[in-house]
Design a protein. Structure first.
Lengths: 275, 288
C-alpha cells in the first residue's frame, strides 16, 4: 500500500530543482508540443538527449525515471500493436489475416517514443518540484484567468489540500485495513462480490474519518481567518532569474530546429527502395 | 510455560530502497501464560511495529514469533486463525467501527470466525457486558455514541473473539481519567476471568505499575529492560536516561526516603503508598 508513487518528490538541490516552478511547467508543455512536432528518428534522438541531459543534471536515478513508465506498459503495448497492424502501407509480414506494414512499424515506434518521453518529462517535473511549489506555479500561471472570474486561488488551495491529504489517506487506509484484519477480515479470498463486500469495513471508516478531517481542517482554517476574497501575499515570492531565461530560450530554440529537421529526413527506418 | 516467545525479531521497512529503516532489531523475550506485560518506550521506539508482528499483521524481516512453541508463520494460510487467538486492539480503535448497529459491529470478529449464530450472540452480549456497553446501546448506531463509548465498543469487538492473548496498543490514549480507569479495569477483568495473557502498550507508568506483572522497556527498536515491575521501576535512573520515568508515587517515596523517613522505596501504586504511610503513622502513634 505504501508503494504508491503519486508524483513523488525526490528532494535535491540541483539546477533543475532550483528552476522556477512556472518555468518548469512551461518547459514541460513546450517539450510535449515539440514531441508532437517531431516526425523523424533523428528528432526523437534529439528530444531523448535533451531529456537525458535534464535527468543527468537533476540527479534523479534513471531507474526511477523508468519506473514511472511501468503503469503505462500495457497501454504502450496496446497502441503499438494497433498502429503496427492498422496502418496501411508497404507490407512487412502477415499473421493470420493481419498485415503489418513498414509505415505501421514506424508509427508504432514513434508513438511509443512520444508517450514514453512525455511521461518521463512530466515525471521529471514532479520528481524535482515539491507539490506545494507546483500548485503555486500553476496558480501563478493561471493568474490571468482571474480577470474571467475563474477562482484561481481557491482552485490552487483545493489542489494543495488534495495533494497533502493523499499520503494521509493512504496511511489511514493502511491502519484501518490492519485493524479489520486483526478482527479476521479477509480481503484476499472469494469472488468479486465477496471481495467488494469485504471493502465495506474499510470504506465506511475511511469516509467517516475523511469528513471528520475535512471538518477539522475547515475549522482550523477559519480560526486563522482564511478568506477567499481579497489579495493574498505569499511567503515565497517566485522570481525569474538568469537560469530560468536560459532554460526557456533553449526549449524555444528547439522548435524551429525541429521544424527545419522534419523537412530533411536524414534517417528513416523505411527502406528507401520502398519509400 | 511460555505462551509467547519472540526470537531475533527484526523488521526493516522499505528494504533495498533509499528509504530503508530498521524499526526493530533482534528482539528476544518470552511471555508466560497468564502474564500481564506492560510495554513502555518513547514514541518511535518500535512498540507498535513489534506488537503487529505478534498477531501476524506484519511479517518479520528475520526472526520468529512462537505461540505455544509453534512458529506463527509455519503455515502462512492459517495466519487468519491465529489472529482470533491473538487479539490486537489498535490505537484509537473507535475509528474502525463501520456497522449500522453496535451489536453488528461487535459481532464482526466472531462472525469472521465462522461461529454459530447462538454462540455469536452469547459472545457479543458477554463482551458488551464486560466492557460496560449497556444493552440499550446495542441497537444504536456506533456513530451516535460518545468517544469513550465508541472506544469501549471497539474493544468489545476484539474481546468477543475471546483471544487467549490480548494485545492493546495504548487503549487509553485521549480518554479522561475516569474513562481510562474504566477501560483498564475491563481489561483487568478479562485477564482474570479468562486467564488470558495480556500485553499493554502504555505511556502511563501508573497504569503499567497498577496492572502489569512484568515490564518491557523499548528504546530505538531494541529491548532496553525486561523484568518484573519492581525490577524495572527500582531503576529510576536508567529509566530517566531513556527519557522515561517511574510512577509519580514511586518518585515521592524515593524523596521521602532520601529525606530520612523510614519508608519503603518499592512502592509503585497509590494503594501501596497509602498502606506504607498508614503503617508508618501507626508505628509513630499518630493514628491507631
Amino acid at each position: 500500500m505504501k508503494d504508491i508513487t503519486l508524483g513523488q518528490f525526490f528532494p535535491g538541490d540541483t539546477l533543475i530543482h532550483r528552476l522556477d516552478a512556472r518555468v518548469k511547467l512551461v518547459l514541460v508543455i513546450l517539450f510535449i508540443v515539440e514531441l508532437f512536432l517531431v516526425k523523424t528518428l533523428c528528432g526523437f534522438a534529439f528530444m531523448g538527449v535533451l531529456l537525458a541531459l535534464a535527468v543527468a543534471i537533476s540527479k534523479v536515478p534513471p531507474k526511477m525515471m523508468l519506473r514511472s513508465l511501468k503503469p503505462l506498459l500495457l497501454l504502450l503495448a496496446f497502441t503499438s500493436v494497433l498502429n503496427l497492424f492498422y496502418t496501411k502501407g508497404d507490407p512487412l509480414f502477415t499473421i493470420w489475416k493481419l498485415t503489418a506494414s513498414w509505415q505501421g512499424l514506424e508509427l508504432a515506434l514513434f508513438m511509443m517514443l512520444r508517450i514514453s518521453l512525455l511521461i518521463m518529462a512530466s515525471s521529471l517535473l514532479t520528481y524535482t518540484t515539491s507539490p506545494i511549489m507546483l500548485t503555486d506555479g500553476m496558480e501563478r500561471l493561471m493568474g490571468p484567468l482571474k480577470a474571467l472570474h475563474v477562482p484561481v486561488g481557491e482552485l490552487a488551495m483545493m489542489m494543495t489540500i488534495a495533494l497533502r491529504f493523499i499520503p494521509l489517506l493512504v496511511e489511514e487506509t493502511d491502519k484501518i485495513m490492519s485493524a479489520q484484519k486483526a478482527r479476521g477480515a479477509d480481503f484476499e479470498s472469494g469472488g468479486v462480490l465477496k471481495r467488494a463486500k469485504a471493502l465495506i469495513p474499510i470504506l465506511v471508516p475511511l469516509f467517516v474519518s475523511s469528513f471528520r478531517r475535512a471538518d477539522e481542517l475547515a475549522v482550523a482554517m477559519e480560526c486563522r481567518c482564511y478568506h477567499t476574497s481579497g489579495p493574498r501575499s505569499r511567503l515565497k515570492v517566485m522570481k525569474m532569474c538568469f537560469r530560468d531565461y536560459v532554460a526557456l530560450a533553449v526549449m524555444l530554440a528547439a522548435i524551429p530546429a525541429i521544424l527545419l529537421g522534419t523537412n530533411q529526413v536524414l534517417f528513416s527506418i523505411i527502406p528507401s527502395a520502398l519509400g | 510455560m511460555s505462551r509467547l516467545e519472540v526470537k531475533g525479531l527484526t523488521h526493516v521497512y522499505s528494504k533495498g530502497t533509499p528509504f530503508e529503516r530498521t524499526a526493530i532489531e533482534d528482539l528476544n523475550f518470552t511471555v508466560e501464560s497468564g502474564g500481564f506485560v506492560g510495554i513502555i518506550g518513547h514514541t518511535g521506539s518500535g512498540k507498535s511495529t513489534m506488537v503487529q508482528h505478534l498477531n501476524g499483521l506484519m511479517k518479520p524481516t528475520s526472526g520468529q514469533v512462537l505461540l505455544d512453541g509453534k512458529d506463527i508463520w509455519e503455515k502462512p494460510e492459517e495466519i487468519r486463525a491465529l489472529r482470533f487467538r491473538v487479539g490486537l486492539v489498535f490505537q484509537y480503535p473507535e475509528y474502525q467501527l463501520f456497522e449500522e448497529t453496535v451489536y453488528k459491529d461487535i459481532s464482526f470478529g466472531p462472525r469472521n470466525m465462522g461461529l454459530e449464530e447462538r454462540e455469536i450472540d452469547a459472545r457479543v452480549r458477554e463482551a458488551a457486558l464486560l466492557c460496560g456497553v449497556g444493552d440499550e446501546l446495542l441497537e444504536r448506531s456506533p456513530f451516535e455514541l460518545s468517544g469513550g463509548q465508541r472506544r469501549r465498543v471497539a474493544i468489545a469487538g476484539v474481546l468477543a473473539m475471546q483471544p487467549e492473548v490480548l494485545i492493546m496498543d495504548e487503549p487509553t490514549a485521549g480518554l479522561d481519567p475516569r474513562g481510562r480507569d474504566e477501560i483498564l479495569s475491563h481489561v483487568h477483568r478479562y485477564h482474570e476471568q479468562r486467564g488470558a495473557t495480556v500485553l499493554l502498550v502504555s505511556h502511563s507508568m501508573e497504569d503499567v505499575a497498577r496492572h502489569a506483572t512484568s515490564v518491557l522497556v523499548m528504546e530505538h527498536g531494541k529491548i532496553a529492560m525486561h523484568g518484573s515491575v519492581s525490577e524495572v521501576f527500582s531503576r529510576g535512573e536508567r529509566l530517566s536516561e531513556l527519557g522515561l520515568a517511574v510512577p509519580q508515587v514511586t518518585a515521592v517515596f524515593a524523596r521521602l526516603a532520601r529525606a530520612g523517613l523510614p519508608v519503603p522505596t518499592d512502592v509503585f501504586t497509590v494503594e501501596q503508598g497509602e498502606a506504607a504511610l498508614r503503617r508508618l503513622l501507626r508505628e509513630r502513634g499518630v493514628i491507631s
